[in-house]
Ligand binder design. Sequence first.
Ligand code: HEM
Ligand SMILES: *[C@@H]1O[C@H](CO)[C@@H](O)[C@H](O)[C@H]1NC(C)=O
Ligand SMILES: *[C@@H]1O[C@H](CO)[C@@H](O)[C@H](O)[C@H]1NC(C)=O
Ligand SMILES: *[C@@H]1O[C@H](CO)[C@@H](O)[C@H](O)[C@H]1NC(C)=O
Length: 564
Amino acid sequence: MLSTLHLPLTFPNLMVLLGGLWFATRLILYVVQKPLKFLRGPAPTSLLCGYEYDLFQQENVGDKEYKWYEEYGTAFRVSGVYAEDVLMTADPRALQYILQTSGKLSCHMAIRYRFLRPVDFQRRICRLFDKGEIHQRQRKVLNPAFSAQQLRQFLTMFQESALHLSRKWKEDMAQDGLTGKKFNIPFWLGKMTLDIIGKTSFDFDFGAIDNKEGIPLRVLFSEIFKDSIKPTKLTILQRSLERYSPALFNMFPIKENVRHHTFLTELRRIARNVYERKEWAEEEDVRDKKDILSVLARANHTEDTKRRLNDSEVIAQVATMISAGQETISFSTTYLLYELSQHSEDQARVHHEISDLRAKIGPDSVPTSQDYDSMPYFNAVIKEALRLHSILPQAHREAANDDIIPLEFPIITASGEVVSQIPIKKGQRIHVSIGAYNRFFIWISLACVWGPDANKWNPSRFLGSDNRMSQTNIGVMSNLTTFSGGIRGCIGWRFALMEMQSILFTLLESFDFSFPVVPCKSNAGKMEDEYELQRLPAGLMVPVVKGKGAFGPSMPLNVELRAA
Ligand code: HEM
Ligand SMILES: *[C@@H]1O[C@H](CO)[C@@H](O)[C@H](O)[C@H]1NC(C)=O
Ligand SMILES: *[C@@H]1O[C@H](CO)[C@@H](O)[C@H](O)[C@H]1NC(C)=O
Ligand SMILES: *[C@@H]1O[C@H](CO)[C@@H](O)[C@H](O)[C@H]1NC(C)=O
């Protein structure tokens, strides 16, 4: 049977086959009992691979997903892998409930989460952050690494690396005798954010901007998501089986897992080296070090056993930092520069604020975090870019108990009833549409979070008071869900924000960004954009030149030196 399918007889494929039998059973159940059958929802194009396949097939993140929301309202049913019912929602109150208010459930002394994070993409890389107590302890240990005092130290590293890139670009232009050049933005920002995360998380120099040779970890890292862009149906099935039986997949890994494993092994080797050097060093020497690994090492020396981590946990934390804190920032900043290159008046306005600040602090000073925060439009464009381009468009959760999900905007059920809560059963899978929430506006159902310009770039919405149409307070910043929220919200959000501020300030101070144009073919004398931006769905939302996704992240912009 396997040979007729042209599948090599490997264990994962055998599992897929077993999954097929499981699927047949499910199919019968599909007709008989479906936990969410009272909800409306779209039929998937592939019954076996479910809606996830549809989402990965979208040209841009949201193309299909947003249409579903327009048709069904803020919550509906989708059919997942093996026809499993999945609840999909972007309703503000539902999101707040799932991510925040009910993040944990205290029963006596033990802490259990109401909504668990299934083994997914992110977790497969770092194998970390388990249920309840362990997760809480790890967050506690990590928190000092993101304290205000710590972030001030990191700020200097952000600024140094941004200046480094700026110098590199200037040298590059000078070499060719130019005052402007086209650079592939995510390529360069990716190098910079990798250098930064290396230094901040474990005092390691990736040397990416300088293209230093002989650093295998960098090569491994650049390829880590290679199998994750446009996964085939088979990969989607294999991944979902891993969810049912992670142990088996550790024994018989698929290509993706092998890549992640190689990366982790190399990371472990380097981190251990750095770590051992620290152990030999004098206590004081370690005390001075500000990288995250040193902070964790100090935590291990405390008497408080609750705050101790064992070796494998420390390495796992560092691995998470590196995988969570690099491309997220580089892509978010890429989208920001894209918007500024498309809206030159906004770029001019931000540059104006930067010049004013520079005049105030003098030519030789480095801005402080308060300086950055004092520029309203500067911060509004960052927030608007984070809103319009949520780099992680979705989060996944699983109900730990039977529960009732409240909605801010009522929906119409399959039987035509209007309801504002959804009862769910234990184990119910939930697809939290972070990106859809950030752009939510539907005329027909009057379910509005943002105004009618929700799909448009408009930084001014963040000046003045909250002008959303939702009553729900959500997320960690400006009612955006980009960083999720609650106990499992992004621990690095201030870090990310400060890094984006540093990059924007440093680059805009020296350069002007514009979108490349070419003579218009159909209309002589006019110019048109050289290419279209595509927001590729691949776990993370990857910025690419439309149709060129296979070559990795790409977005060339014209970078011009500003007159001094
Ligand atoms: C623009 C940049 C970033 C965005 C948009 C972002 C977004 C997110 C989101 C949405 C989550 C929650 C995922 C879920 O609930 O399934 C998350 C978790 C996390 N992020 Fe970020 N992140 C960014 C940068 C960073 C940075 C710079 C770091 C660290 C240096 C970081 C570390 C983490 C960690 C450790 C978690 C897991 C937290 C937990 O499970 O308790 N992130 N991030
Ligand atoms: C480290 O701690 C984790 C739980 O936090 C545990 O699963 C693991 O076995 C421990 N490893 C060692 C080497 O003690
Ligand atoms: C933490 O401390 C324990 C016991 O003191 C030690 O065995 C372990 O190697 C230390 N791990 C780290 C990461 O410092
Ligand atoms: C978030 O939304 C709530 C409710 O609408 C509002 O009271 C609050 O001011 C908002 N917060 C921010 C930072 O905009």
